[in-house]
Design a protein around this ligand. Sequence first.
Ligand code: ATP
Ligand code: MG
Length: 571
Amino acid sequence: MPKHQIKETARIYALQNAILFDGIANAKSVIGKVIGVLQKKGFNPRDIIPIVNSVVNEVNKIPLEKQISELEKTAPELLKKEKKERDFSLPKLPNAEMGKVVTRFPPEPNGYLHIGHAKAAIIDYEYAKKYDGKFILRFDDTNPENAHLEFYESQKKDLKWLGIEWDKEYCTSNNLEKHYKLANQLIESRNAYICNCSPKIIKDGRFHGKECSCRNSTPEKNITLWNDLLSSSNKDMVLRLKGNMTSKNTAMRDPTLFRIIDKPHPLQGDKYWVWPTYDFAGAVEDSISGVTHPFRTKEYELRDECYFYILDLLKLRKPYLLEFARLSIDGMPVSKRKIKPLIEGGFVSGYDDIRLPTLRGLNKRGILPEAIKQFVLTQGISKVESTATFGLVESANRKILDPISKRYFFVINPVKLIVENAPKLKKSIRLHPVDDKIGMRTIKTDKTFYVSGEDIKILSIGDLFRLKDLYNVEIKEKNDVVLAKYKGDELIPDSAKIQWTSDNYIEMDVFIPKTLYKDGKYNPDSLEKAQGFAEEAVASIKNGEIVQFERFGFVKIENIKNHIVGFFAHK
Ligand code: ATP
Ligand code: MG
């Protein structure tokens, strides 16, 4: 009995199973697979089992990346299959223990969430779920100039829409007293100092790696100045970390930890004017709130040193900091900083403009939360900066919508069509090409129809076509009105099938989002409007339903007080 053959087969199935389950194969499942394959070839299960057991043991000792690269060499076809099944699951989290993982999503309540935030929030949330841990929603509201009350609520609403639930919610601005105490510790231990140099001098000093005279004042003097700062906003001073002014990492050149922003805060009112920077608040909050695996976008990588340095100095627990690439999408502004001026300048209609990658905008045009989630999870947690195309979101969305959405006829640039000898019909037409359960709609037809001018353009007198799901007609005359003749019911192979409406149509507009940025510039033609007639049944589609207008695309219907408008999701 050639043992090596059992070993080889066991090895590839053990690898396949391990890759599917985060690097640990299950001997029983592998035994089942291997027996299934080898029994047919005359092998005895009794010979197979001990070999598989020992192979599984070996394979489980190899790190996941090595398992993948080995299978890639030995049986890539198995990897492909498993990759597909794994598609939406995140890779193993380093240093993670079941039941003990804590993640957080820390938005600044200064705008509506966009698909980039969705990436962060979904990854944080999915990891907490995967490890049966906890997920915290933390509002990083430490800049009173930017924070607005409306955004705390709208961000929560949008996260809920994404299907995200949190175990705990809090605001960093509620912890300022704690932050002040910790700052005090840093000052007393000579690790932070009050600097009253001008912003320009501070910047130049950082650039040239030069210390300023404030750096060497005594802790006593610093404590006095710090208390002055806390008692009156009338000071031009900041608290800086005593880092290393000659460090190669400029983030370590005495970064600012606290600065004055004397503006009313949406939750704290006028209570505070000394606010922590992200360097300080981010590190401290991750640590004291028990977060074990905080994710940040890669642009913060240089600041990691500072993050750990502060926690070291304060003797606070250090989380396992992780990074992923910031999400960028071709032609779309995936950043609040870029979205805001578009709204303020009137270039888009608001936060829910269908051209924007805000969750509100995506929802309005019929992108489903599940599609966003699948898109985010297939992007994964790679650090490699790349620009995704929105087509990936569309394709995930299409896959979800295709089997469930109702089909209707919508005719753009409608042209009247009169059919001679047209039978008067009351025709029931399927709402979905294959799923019977989705039902039917009934259309009454006489001799008057509307078809798309685009379709008619390419047909000539004498051409035969089929009014989709109805009957065949032959074109007799083509003027402003097209005249045709009824040509029977039987399906004629290869004849064009054309969508239509009866005389009872609904006039409606469908708004179509196009690329917002072309060659880095705002595209003034980024919103198109398709005007047309929809079949009568469209009037009964409920507000917010996404349907497919056949040969046109998926459209979300807005039906408010019988005024019907469509928003185009994608083809
Ligand atoms: P913006 O430029 O849109 O204002 P931000 O990083 O300032 O982005 P925050 O509200 O501070 O926005 O971010 C909350 C979380 O969302 C952070 O963890 C941040 O890293 C993450 N995040 C924001 N934008 C993206 C993006 N485009 N891709 C991935 N993660 C993002
Ligand atoms: Mg920010």
